[in-house]
Design a protein around this ligand. Structure first.
Ligand code: BTN
Length: 250
């Protein structure tokens, strides 16, 4: 184990440079003690990983973090909502008027641009690794972006990665408490209040399929429900959502 310092209810290590904070968290998971909650950050990340085997462009000044703690497999449906809600609440604490929303399954949008990404992985000993990238000072750009990105700085929110981290850990602990007290349904309800595109035409893409329809709901397991042209509901467990401004749903 590296030397860990206390940060709120967490044990924290901040590396000057690392390949991927998620890879480091996965390595540390084999020595995790039952009640330990560890958060790993790095000032620079050279091999950041994203969802579906994509890479995560890790620009200077941004936050790269991975949380590692024991979490039952059966509660994994809840965690993705808790993490993204905590991120959204963090932005609102820093900038109460910010126009923030949530894009299924777990992206935070600021002024309709992607601000952050979340990568969930299972570690050893029944643990969960939650990798989070937040564009604090810089946002990647270019034609090969899956979804247009922004940063807090570009939207006029002054912050640094450590200030964001401390506020985020507080918000995450608050949401965990709410989950323990009230269960998944109240978390899903809160998430839906901030969901972008509910009731609207969307496109859901995976490497194997593309579906168009109306974003009808998110069910209790966190799956997206798409109302198809013929009125049937298709339940989708994974994919990338795009807003179909011009689509005719055919
Ligand atoms: C996504 O594809 O949207 C998820 C991106 C997750 C990136 C973060 S940055 C910190 C952590 N370490 C990684 O290698 N990936 C995650």
């Amino acid at each position: 184990m590296p030397e860990l310092t206390e940060l709120k209810t967490w044990l924290w290590v901040d590396y000057d440079e690392i390949g991927s904070t998620n890879d480091e968290a996965l390595r540390l998971s084999k020595d995790l003690l039952p009640n330990q909650k560890i958060v790993i950050t790095a000032q620079k990340q050279s091999k950041g990983r994203g969802r579906r085997g994509r890479s995560w462009i890790s620009l200077d000044g941004n936050l790269f973090m991975s949380m590692l703690f024991s979490w039952p497999l059966e509660d994994c449906g809840a965690i993705t909502f808790m993490v993204s809600l905590a991120l959204l609440n963090t932005v609102l604490k820093l900038s109460p008027q910010a126009s923030v929303g949530l894009k299924w399954p777990n992206d935070v949008l600021l002024n309709n641009h992607k601000l952050s990404g979340i990568l969930l992985e299972r570690g050893e000993k029944n643990s969960l690794v939650i990798g989070i990238g937040v564009n604090i000072k810089n946002a990647p750009s270019g034609n090969n972006m899956l979804y247009p990105a922004t940063s807090l700085k570009a939207q006029g929110v002054a912050c640094d990665r450590i200030t964001f981290l401390k506020q985020y850990l507080q918000e995450f602990d608050n949401i965990c408490e709410k989950y323990k007290q009230e269960g998944l349904s109240s978390i899903v309800e809160l998430w839906k209040q901030k969901a972008v595109g509910l009731g609207q035409k969307i496109i859901v893409r995976t490497p194997k399929m593309e579906e168009k329809g109306i974003f009808a709901n998110i069910n209790h397991d966190g799956m997206l429900q798409l109302k198809m042209n013929d009125g049937t509901i298709k339940t989708i467990s994974a994919g990338d959502v795009f807003f179909d401004d011009n689509g005719d749903n055919n």
